[in-house]
Write a protein that binds this ligand. Structure first.
Ligand code: FES
Ligand code: FES
Length: 181
């Protein structure tokens, strides 16, 4: 199952050797000039050449959501997305969520006890971030649908949903107070 709003082109596992291209990827606002085989998936490049290991690799088959990143704000399973296709687009990984302090989603998922082994957490956070961008005050049902492409083996989901709900209310309060100031 996947909530990714884009259909990726899966790298062919037994394809002949791919050519190498010069590619510039923009990750969390930073440009990375790279030489990449055209068959490389985005998650391996983010974790390898780019050096950002927050994005996890689980199923490698568009099933678990551990590798979720945002491409121009849309959630994408990076295990099944070719890195060369991401050139010229804004890639956001979990490392790009926090500023000087934790992002409210990160703070609230910790406070709610929604992190146990933590393997699903980066992908979960990216899907939640995309959800709150398109639906600032989602219902619990909308939160479940927004996170439906992310599997968690540990928590039973309730605490993660609670954290997303708390974040949406918190950010709504911030928006309202900035309007009335
Ligand atoms: S590793 Fe990409 S969806 Fe599981
Ligand atoms: S916290 Fe372990 S998989 Fe979600």
């Amino acid at each position: 199952m996947t909530s990714s709003s884009e259909h990726a082109t899966s790298p062919e596992k037994n394809a002949p050797a791919a050519s190498v291209n010069h590619v510039e990827l923009t990750v969390n606002g930073v440009s990375y000039p790279l030489h990449l085989g055209t068959d490389r998936n985005l998650s391996s490049v983010l974790r390898g050449e780019v050096g950002l290991t927050g994005t996890k690799e689980g199923c490698d088959d568009c099933e678990c959501g551990a590798c979720m990143v945002l491409l121009d704000g849309q959630p994408v399973n990076s295990c099944s997305y070719l890195a060369v296709q991401a050139a010229g687009r804004a890639i956001t990984t979990v490392e790009g969520l926090a500023g000087d302090d934790l992002h409210p989603l990160q703070r609230n998922i910790l406070a709610a006890g929604g992190v146990q082994c933590g393997f699903c957490t980066p992908g979960m956070l990216m899907s939640a971030e995309a959800l709150l961008e398109r639906t600032p005050l989602p219902s619990d049902e909308e939160i479940r649908i927004g996170l439906s492409g992310n599997l968690c083996r540990c928590t039973g989901y309730a605490r993660i949903i609670e954290a997303v709900r708390a974040t949406s209310v918190e950010l709504d309060g911030v928006r309202r107070s900035s309007v009335t100031e």
